[in-house]
Design a protein around this ligand. Structure first.
Ligand code: 5GP
Length: 179
């Protein structure tokens, strides 16, 4: 069995960008595709960034125990399908890119997992990135910023902390942690 790695950190910190850079260099790592009730952003494809599901379908997946973890975030639900993770762990390292509540559930379910927290260069920079990204309306940006403080306060629960100042450097640091 290979190990399960979890990358977490506040919305806007650049998790997806760092993970994309990591995967370009490390084809041996499998990235889990989550289910979410959020609407796709322009350019996002069902089955690639996420499985976009209805609220009743998400509730059914959770009730049936098909999610390894799940959480509500800024008005939507997000969860990790359990089957594909278990299957891919037979072959190599598996990576989850999820928020704090999910990371805690994974730690409880699989204590041998490795939790990595991605920090922004500064709190001001995090806010700037989230606003400049322009993918969320004002209310959603506010909800995400409120949640960011809570996430930042929990960084000591993680095995490793990486500060994302430069994407290539952060991706290399992450790669070094993954066997
Ligand atoms: P976004 O809407 O920006 O794609 O994601 C919002 C937050 O949900 C991000 O912090 C992202 O890492 C997290 N997230 C994505 N998929 C999952 C998941 O399967 N479970 C949990 N707990 N969080 C997730």
């Amino acid at each position: 069995m290979s190990r399960l790695y979890v990358v977490s950190g506040p919305s806007g910190v650049g998790k997806s960008t760092v993970v994309a850079r990591l995967l370009a260099d490390r084809p041996d790592i499998w990235l889990s595709v989550s289910a979410t009730t959020r609407e796709p952003r322009p350019g996002e494809q069902d089955g690639r960034e996420y499985f976009f599901v209805s609220r009743p379908d998400f509730a059914r997946l959770a009730d049936e125990g098909q999610l390894l973890e799940w959480a509500s975030f800024a008005g939507n639900s997000y969860g990790t399908p359990r089957g594909p993770v278990e299957q891919h762990l037979q072959e190599g390292p598996v990576l989850l890119e999820i928020e704090l509540q999910g990371a805690r559930q994974v730690r409880a379910a699989m204590p041998e997992c490795v939790l990595v927290f991605l920090l922004p260069p500064s709190p001001e920079e995090l806010k700037r990135r989230l606003v400049d990204r322009g993918t969320e309306d004002d209310a959603a940006v506010k909800a995400r910023l409120a949640r960011a403080d809570e996430e930042l306060a929990a960084q000591s629960e993680f095995d490793h902390v990486i500060r994302n100042v430069e994407v290539a450097t952060a991706a290399a640091e992450l790669s070094a942690l993954i066997e």
